[in-house]
Design a protein around this ligand. Structure first.
Ligand SMILES: [Zn+2]
Length: 474
């Protein structure tokens, strides 16, 4: 078989099968063809395009674009000027291919990695021109899609008549508007301009919207996503390596105050790293209810006596994005009560915070981590001793390690017996609540806000991340 055009049975769309591409030379033996002096780049260049000798599509045109003469570079390592040269070349070649007789549609893309068949590691991508607009972009254009700059950002979902469930979906079309500003969204909900919004998490806005009779405000729909907010400890830190220090801090932090005063009662309490909406949640773990005397006693026991100024030692607390700031700032006056001098450390941007935390350059940090349905997906990663990975945020950045905890997670991940799993995760939660690599505080106050004119507003465990196929307008 060489080349074949087939039809996707479910979507009715065209699929190109290009089996003869398997016969192309894989990694050329005579060195890299894209390095200067190689087969495809005889002359010096900074960026370069040329026709692909081994195009995946028979129809249309295919070009290869070289991003840099440096064999080790990637698009991400280019300087801004070098990247701009690549973008300019894309624009120029897109224009040129559009002007060719069959250049109805032009797409710029890059495949990387031997795993998917891109065997030459030299930084390069492709430009393909087709003699027709492919079906999906054609449908997007027919549904009114325009480039963002012209129309404001939105995504249009259209009812699919061959949807696999009879009679669904109910709605003909959903326009998803991208409104990053939470106040703008609140106003649009109040004015009726928006019928529904998910993941609303500003406590003040939630309280305000709840007072509006034309709106339904619900915290249902986030149990599977399972966002848990906690104070994480570096368990290899000089002071925070001692479980007594971590427990003392937990006793000094007033979870109830945080949930009442900072979250205005909009966020569920979380006592463990498993979301309270999960069937595996164990509410019987040590809760570390506020107890300043006990906290002070634990620090004395740990050998950190108070100095003449009432202080014992200093620690820093990080936060990675603005919503986490109030919780980090709360730690300073609160932990002063037990003689810990806390410095609140902000980061210029998310990558700066992620790098600090994932290279273990921290004492404590506020964090928000998602369960993603099953604990195997979103919970194990935080505690598993083989997931202590330098440079990887939301791995086991606490550097916590306990052989029994590893064993419990492995057993719970290897059985489908729900009761057995519940038992294993209960023991797991009891151990980590005692050793306390992190102190869970609350589940994010995510809410779905919908107009009372919306029927079947999504309230399953996946909420607005579910198909929305039963939602209708009254
Ligand atoms: Zn090369």
């Amino acid at each position: 078989m060489a080349r074949d055009i087939r039809t996707d049975t479910y979507l009715g769309t065209v699929v190109h099968v290009v089996a003869d591409r398997q016969n192309r030379p894989n990694l050329p033996i005579a060195g890299c063809p894209f390095c200067v002096g190689g087969l495809e780049a005889p002359e010096q260049y900074s960026v370069r395009s040329f026709p692909n000798r081994w195009p995946a599509l028979e129809e249309g045109y295919c070009e290869v674009v070289l991003y840099s003469p440096d064999h080790e570079a990637t698009f991400g390592t280019l300087t801004a000027d070098e990247a701009l040269s690549v973008v300019n070349l894309w624009a120029q070649r897109t224009q040129a291919l559009r002007e060719m007789p069959n250049g109805e549609y032009v797409i710029v893309f890059e495949n990387r990695g031997a795993e998917i068949g891109a065997t030459i590691s030299h930084p390069h991508g492709q430009i393909y021109a087709f003699d027709h607009v492919p079906p999906r972009p054609a449908r997007m254009i027919a549904a009114g899609w325009e480039p963002a700059a012209a129309s404001g950002e939105h995504v249009i979902l259209e009812r699919y008549e061959n949807y696999f469930m009879e009679g669904l979906p109910y709605l003909d079309r959903i326009v998803m508007r991208i409104l990053p500003d939470e106040s703008t969204r609140a106003i649009a909900l109040e004015s009726g301009e928006l019928q529904m919004s998910g993941f609303e998490s500003n406590p003040r806005n939630i309280v305000r919207l709840k007072k509006n009779d034309a709106l339904h405000v619900s915290s249902e729909g986030y149990a599977a996503i399972g966002p848990v907010n906690w104070l994480a400890f570096n368990t290899k830190g000089e002071k925070t390596s001692d479980p007594k220090v971590r427990q003392a801090i937990a006793y000094a932090v007033d979870r109830e105050f945080i949930n009442k005063a900072l979250n205005l009662g909009t966020a569920p309490t979380a006592l463990t790293g498993i979301h309270p909406g999960s069937p595996f949640y164990d509410a019987t773990v040590e809760a570390y209810d506020l107890d300043i005397d006990k906290a002070n006693a634990l620090l004395d026991e740990a050998g950190y006596a108070k100095g003449s100024d009432g202080m014992r030692f200093a620690l820093s607390v990080d936060y990675g994005w603005p919503a986490m700031k109030p919780y980090a700032e709360y730690m300073k006056p609160q932990l002063k009560k037990i003689g810990i001098d806390v410095a609140v450390r902000s980061s210029a941007d998310f990558p700066t915070w992620a790098k600090r935390i994932s290279t273990w350059d921290f004492d404590m940090t506020m964090d928000n981590v998602f369960n993603w349905g099953d604990p195997v997906i979103g919970v194990h990663r935080t505690y598993s001793s083989d997931n202590i990975k330098e440079g990887v945020i939301w791995s086991n950045t606490q550097q916590y390690s306990n052989a029994r905890v590893d064993e419990l997670m492995e057993m719970a991940g290897a059985t489908n017996d729900a009761n057995k799993r519940k038992e294993l995760y209960a023991e797991f939660q009891q151990i980590v609540a005692n050793e306390l690599p992190l102190y869970p505080i609350f589940a994010s106050p995510y809410h779905t806000v919908s107009s009372t004119s919306v029927g079947n507003a999504p309230d399953s465990v996946w909420g607005t991340s579910s198909p929305l196929d039963r939602v209708y307008l009254k």
